[in-house]
Design a binder for this molecule. Sequence first.
Ligand code: URA
Length: 220
Amino acid sequence: MFNNHSELEAALLNCKQCALAHDPHNGPTSYNGTPESMLAVVGEGPGRVEDEYGVPLVGPSGQLLDKALASVGITRDLIYTTNIVKCRPKGNRTPTIEEGQICANRWLDHELTLVRPKLIIALGSVALKYLDHANARITKDRGKWFATKYGIPALATYHPAYLLRLTGKELVKAKWEVFYDLKAVVDKLAELAPGLCLKSDPPPNLLELYEARRQKRMNA
Ligand code: URA
């Protein structure tokens, strides 16, 4: 269907094919990072900041994700980050399973088929339910490897937005769980691709990188 990733992105940025595309927002968001990466991170869907910048996970959740990834030696420029749904649902609500399926069948499936990462991280419940199965539960199933329909192993961990809502001991526990989940991914990648480095120095400033796109979207 798409010969390469640029073709896919151009079509995606013009998508108006489902009900979500008609909620008020600044247009579909695409991906960030490296389309040739061995690791893909799949989030839920854009929030306000992502909707402005046109790329996933650059707002408060994305900044917490950056810190968590840095703790296991990963920077966002060397992985591929995307979302289950590409348009911001009205009122910032969680997309339904059906909305996730419609959008991800149309876009995410093609993205992952072109990118062919070795491993996938599912961030939170919406990504877990799409990539594994609708009855999966993030509290029970995080930290466990599962097979995806792409033939690529995946592991789910808590969404950073969930961590941002926790405090005290619950927060400390959840942060360690995320750390060990990410560590499991890094260890498996080291087995699959010995010597692979997914860390650049200095780390990228994603907001600076996508500022021109933000200006264009906000002035459209
Ligand atoms: N949460 C997500 O899952 N993705 C984003 O892009 C922003 C917040």
